[in-house]
Design a binder for this molecule. Structure first.
Ligand code: 13P
Length: 246
């Protein structure tokens, strides 16, 4: 049995004051019988680490550099994330693929850099609405995952994978549990061909997960939790989603 994992992706939201309220709310609401984490903006990682000391909630970042160190202004290395105690780093989120033109190979290189420092990459894949309507969903997510499999080779079993259909992110349009399960199954089969560990790997669903649809999504056989955007910014909503994963 895979233990469920629920990760809050705060994106570019928050302030020191707002984060303190949110994290205090999560402390109150736990514990949960699921793994829980928050991926916060870089400047808030250290303070989040302090606030979560001794708590069940792990923390991480929303990106990391593919480079080890050096003259890469504005980049943050996975060694730095590890130094701060990050458990996770999201890589390949569709917002970074779209707005920062991140390629499949760059995403794979970031995942490799994270793993090299003991930070678990949460690798995001997902199709746009146009790609879904053109019947290309499988082809797109398999291409995105293939780059990561090719780059990580025998370490692929160490990642967390997240399926986030781009058309479901921040739109209130959730994939139906059946639509999501169908893609998760395709991804698990692809992982299965690459590693004997595929049965133990967690594949999260992301895209307009809310307290009222989480349980149905998490009830699907290949959905092992969620990557939560908007609903992760309110302690009560995020806590309810974590409960739905138990
Ligand atoms: P929403 O939950 O706001 O749709 O965002 C999902 C997401 O992009 C998480 O990474």
């Amino acid at each position: 049995m895979r233990k469920k994992l629920v990760v809050g992706n705060w994106k570019m939201h928050g302030s020191r004051a707002a984060n303190a309220v949110l994290l205090a709310g999560l402390k109150e609401a736990g514990p949960w019988n699921a793994d829980v984490a928050v991926c916060v903006p870089f400047p808030y990682i250290a303070e989040t680490a302090l606030a979560l000391t001794g708590q069940q909630v792990a923390f991480g970042a929303q990106d990391c550099s593919a480079h080890e160190q050096g003259a890469y202004t504005g980049e943050v290395s996975s060694a730095m994330l590890a130094d701060l105690g990050c458990r996770y780093a999201i890589v390949g989120h569709s917002e970074r693929r779209a707005y920062h033109h991140e390629s499949d190979q760059l995403v794979a290189d970031k995942a490799k850099a994270a793993l090299a420092h003991g930070v678990t990459p949460i690798v995001c894949v997902g199709e746009t609405l146009a790609e879904r309507e053109a019947g290309r969903t499988e082809e797109v997510v398999k291409r995105q995952l293939a780059a990561v499999i090719h780059t990580l080779t025998h370490c692929i079993g160490e990642i967390v994978l997240a399926y986030e259909p781009v058309w479901a992110i921040g739109t209130g349009l959730t994939a139906t549990p059946e639509q999501a399960q169908a893609v998760h199954q395709v991804l698990r089969l692809q992982l299965h061909a690459a590693t004997q560990k595929s049965d133990a790997m967690r594949i999260l669903y992301g895209g307009s997960v809310k307290p009222d649809n989480a349980a149905q999504l998490f009830g699907q056989p290949d959905i092992d939790g969620g990557l939560i955007g908007g609903a992760a910014l309110k302690a009560a909503d995020f806590a309810a989603i974590c409960r739905a994963a138990m």
